[in-house]
Design a protein around this ligand. Sequence first.
Ligand SMILES: *Cc1c(COP(=O)(O)O)cnc(C)c1O
Length: 251
Amino acid sequence: MTTIAANLQAVRARIARAAQAAGRRADDVVLVAVSKTFPAERIAEAYAAGQRAFGENQAQEAVEKITKLEPPFSSREKGGNEGSGPLLLPLEWHFIGPIQSNKTRLIAGHFQWVHSVERRKIAARLNDARPAELPPLNVCIQVNVSGEASKSGIAPGEEAGLAEAISRLPRLKLRGLMAIPEPMPDERLRRRRFALLRELKEGLVARGYALDMLSMGMSDDLEAAIAEGATMVRVGTAIFGPRKKNAREQQ
Ligand SMILES: *Cc1c(COP(=O)(O)O)cnc(C)c1O
């Protein structure tokens, strides 16, 4: 077994244990393997070990890998085509990084999910750039649940306004909320940040939004996130190993 296959197995086991401890089903939690900074070959290796959803935080870097690993959407056959080799099978791509205006076309054309929407203008640009032949782009609103310490995401309380704006964009499908809480040594404090995101999502559901996703939890805190209701965990280091120091990191 390759290291990546073994790591994936260990992460899946952690997810299953955390889900069980919370009285949830393991398959209610989607594992997004965060492959940023790693080459397409490592993604193919994870694919061979059964992984389908991958997260990237830089549009240009991601699209280079995507075009290496997949045929263009337009030439894909509908349904599964198992057997034609890992490099030609459709993977599911999740954009999880800060979004610059000039990258919205690239993102809207290549990803199925965007977790990091935090501005109306960016939402509108993603909507306008989403190719007509593709289904609506699944999006989550990123919320800054840690206050000052983290730069990305809207402040808690601003999600209703942004949700309203997104719901009027026909080429976007609002699915839920995402957060990257600052690292916390204290388990109770960690859980409180995740609980806040869950409560904000419940508030939107009470207002009539059909949201089914809470994107929260990474290599170091996925257990706490699952305990508070995460339906997507974004895990990089625990699958692919440590990233190079000079790799640009978001926060
Ligand atoms: C890099 C990154 C991750 C993965 O973090 P790890 O600690 O390596 O698991 C998750 N979410 C976002 C938004 C990231 O940028």
